[in-house]
Design a protein around this ligand. Structure first.
Ligand SMILES: NC(=O)c1ccc[n+]([C@@H]2O[C@H](COP(=O)([O-])OP(=O)(O)OC[C@H]3O[C@@H](n4cnc5c(N)ncnc54)[C@H](O)[C@@H]3O)[C@@H](O)[C@H]2O)c1
Length: 338
């Protein structure tokens, strides 16, 4: 698996509040600001967004200051920033922050291209600033319970389903970059191995970009994994199953129920138990982990290298073009939810 990446090594903010800014006041950025405003030993300096209505919404929701320009936020003095602007701006914004020695958490996917992602990683390493990537699903307590259940197990296969209706606002990416990248990261996280083979099947049933993806993988450690993702399901579902030599683990990442089957007997019988799952808000746990890495200089929970590795696999999946889902004759209108 790619290197964990190093932390900054330097301690920041010892004995005082960390001054943190948020870049982008959209759906994710507003949530970052909401969570940061409630964390102890943190001063939320403000949020930046070029859109006045998004600034107004964030100010009303969180009660923090809002700025139209990144420079205005940085002029206030910040130790760390979270970047929740559109993905195509991550590279530019990250490099500006790194040049000012500001530690950054970059929302997933880390960048639009692998090269841009690598540029961010290299710049952060040279400047010795903490770079973490916002693969928030790692902080889902159900994922933590699955990871714990897999400890010491010989993993054989992983299946992940992440489906739902079309997002209310269509972005310029399809389901692979928007959704499957979460699960590519989870497969790498569970197996602690790199993905070495990719067999994607993509289809664009309604949208211009792929809206159905069936992705198959093999890891360097020999695990077979698949992701089933689409925007054609009327309800959200996020399910993980993992077969190991000794167990079968099933997790629902939405209801946060995790169950394992174990003690397989020659007669086909086995035992089953529900596993304890925590209640933390994943975004809160993620931001605490980021700020902890900033304070201590230790490696962050999700390194820049890991973010780039998951992006690289997602982009490899897109190398085979999406085909129409059905013949033109069968392709009728489908109501787009949201
Ligand atoms: N971790 C997750 O589960 C998750 C979920 C959704 C989105 N994301 C990621 O978060 C990022 C933002 O997604 P979103 O859904 O919040 O999008 P969004 O469109 O709701 O928000 C983006 C915001 O950035 C603002 N913006 C545009 N240019 C800017 C600039 N130069 N400086 C500062 N702000 C600028 C926009 O006005 C908008 O308010 C994307 O990278 C996306 O992939 C992650």
């Amino acid at each position: 698996m790619g290197s964990k990446g190093s932390g900054s090594g330097a301690k920041t903010g010892e004995g005082r509040d960390l001054r943190v800014g948020v870049i982008g006041a959209g759906v994710m950025g507003s949530n970052h600001a909401r969570v940061l405003a409630g964390l102890p030993d943190v001063t939320l300096v403000g949020i930046v967004d070029p859109l006045p209505e998004h600034r107004a919404r964030a100010t009303e929701m969180v009660g923090c200051r809002a700025f139209a320009e990144l420079d205005e936020l940085l002029a206030e003095g910040v130790d760390a920033a979270t970047i929740a602007a559109p993905t195509h701006l991550h590279h530019e914004i990250a490099l500006i922050c790194i040049a000012r020695k500001i530690h950054i958490l970059v929302e997933k996917p880390v960048a639009s291209t692998v090269q841009e992602g690598r540029d961010i990683v290299d710049a952060a390493r040279r400047a010795a600033v903490t770079l973490m990537v916002g693969h928030v699903e790692r902080f889902n307590p159900a994922v933590a319970a699955i990871k714990q259940a897999l400890s010491g197990e010989d993993i054989l296969s992983i299946g992940i389903t992440r489906v739902g209706p079309f997002p209310p606002r269509m972005s310029n990416v399809g389901v692979v970059i928007d959704l499957a990248v979460h699960d590519i990261d989870l497969i790498r996280y569970f197996t602690e191995s790199d993905i070495v083979e990719v067999q994607p099947q993509l289809s664009s049933a309604v949208a211009e970009r792929e809206d159905i993806a069936l992705l198959q993988f093999r890891t360097a450690s020999g695990v077979l994994a698949h992701i089933n993702t689409n925007w054609l399901t009327p309800f959200k579902a996020r399910n993980v199953t993992v077969a190991t030599r000794g167990k079968y683990v099933m997790g629902d990442l939405l209801t946060r129920q995790v169950t394992e089957c174990f003690g397989f007997k020659p007669d086909g019988s086995y035992s089953m138990r529900h596993l304890p799952v925590g209640h933390d808000e994943p975004l809160r746990a993620e931001l605490i982990a980021f700020l902890d890495a900033v304070r201590t200089g230790n490696s962050p929970a999700v390194s820049g290298d890991e973010g780039v590795a998951s992006l690289e696999i997602a982009i490899r999946c897109l190398e085979s073009p999406a085909r129409p889902a059905a013949s033109t004759a069968r392709k009728g209108p489908r109501r787009i939810a949201g």
